[in-house]
Design a binder for this molecule. Structure first.
Ligand code: UT7
Length: 331
């Protein structure tokens, strides 16, 4: 890839993680599960749950304001707003439209991307295209979820895994060598759509007494099937994005994988031969926050000083669809 042409650079990051903490011990009180099982199989110790009354756009707005502040920009400076989410405020209009209003701005193109856990990286890649072509300069890309509202809290195979949160980045153009989005890859394998979904509430199964009684508005997952596909696909995406960026895995300063399961994260680090100290992990604190997981981790890494100017980052996600995506970014 030509390194000196225009592309998007991340100018500021922000995150919002709800105050309410639900630990594995809290779950033990009403579910046939244990801290030991959850920690051993997933690495998760606790997760955050959004306050009553807070919807996805509220978390988006708080994360976005922090990202705008970090970038030294106002909402009116934005040309584009994209929200990656599987738990929008409502099916329409987009959460991005509501977010735009909450940020006190208007007029920009604003839309949601439905790619589940890959939603943030899909959105980042799309925003990079708009910035690379010169059509837009500044973009806000958010990954946000309030998954606690679509979980079946009696299903131990799913409800222990997920959490709520939001992460945002502000993008602007750069031509500086080694900076910005250097390479990316994305893929969808639609034949796997049935492995992870929320069956009801759309046009296939509209809301009815039966759909509610059958808990069809809650998340369903065939976890071990998803697990098998995840490692293979994450690796393929990482290799494709590294190839496009002309960067070797050994040159990566920080791998930020989607935080779904510590075993998947560790397997990724091993297969890419990236040492554990260069693999960012916060799944123990937040669980799987789907589209929010990478931008929350990125914001933590940036604010704690783990990311420095000149560093090369590899972001890698996998989710329902099944979707997968990776981005190599120079800081
Ligand atoms: O972000 C989107 C992508 N999603 C993922 O990446 C998730 C990928 N999948 C996973 O992370 C793992 O498959 C899980 C963590 C979901 C499950 O781990 P597993 O090692 O694949 O367990 P399993 O589903 O094969 O279940 C093993 C046993 C079962 O009992 P039996 O049938 O062996 O008696 C389950 O009933 O563990 C049982 N089990 C639990 N036990 C205690 C399932 N959930 C729980 C639980 N507490 N919460």
């Amino acid at each position: 890839m030509c390194q000196n042409h225009r592309r998007a650079a991340i100018l500021g990051t922000g995150a919002e993680t709800p105050e309410k903490v639900v630990t594995n011990l809290d779950l033990e009180k009403f579910l046939d599960t244990s801290d030991e099982w959850i920690a051993e199989r997933t690495g998760i110790r606790e997760r955050r749950v959004a306050a009553d009354g807070d919807a996805t756009s509220d978390l988006c707005a708080r994360a976005s304001k922090k990202a705008l502040e970090a970038a030294g920009m106002e909402a009116r400076d934005l040309d584009l707003i994209i929200v990656g989410t599987a738990t929008p405020d409502m099916l329409f209009p987009s959460t991005a439209a509501v977010l735009q209003h909450k940020l006190g701005t208007g007029g920009q193109m604003a839309f949601d991307i439905s790619a589940a856990c890959s939603g943030f990286l899909y959105s980042l890649i799309i925003a990079n295209q708009f910035i690379s072509t010169g059509l837009y300069n500044n973009a806000l890309v958010v990954g946000a979820e309030v998954l606690s509202r679509v979980l079946d809290w009696e299903d131990r195979s799913t409800c222990v895994l997920f959490g709520d949160g939001a992460g945002a980045v502000v993008l602007g153009p750069t031509t500086e060598a080694g900076r910005g989005i250097l390479g990316s890859a994305a893929a969808t394998e639609g034949s796997n759509w049935h492995l992870l979904n929320q069956p009801a509430g759309g046009s296939r199964i509209p809301a009815s007494v039966e759909s509610v009684q059958g808990k069809l508005h809650t998340l369903k997952m065939q976890g071990n099937e998803v697990f098998k596909i995840a490692v293979r696909t994450l690796l393929a995406m990482a290799e494709a994005a590294l190839y496009e960026a002309d960067v070797k895995a050994s040159e990566i300063d920080l791998l930020i994988p989607h935080q779904a399961n510590l075993r998947i994260i560790e397997a990724m680090g091993k297969r890419l031969e990236i040492p554990a100290e260069k693999v960012y992990v916060n799944v123990h604190k937040y669980g799987n926050t789907s589209a929010a997981s990478i931008p929350i981790a990125l914001d933590e890494a940036v604010r704690s000083g783990r990311v420095k100017r000149g560093d090369k980052l590899l972001l890698d996600a996998f989710g329902a669809g099944t979707t997968a995506s990776a981005v190599v970014a120079g800081w």
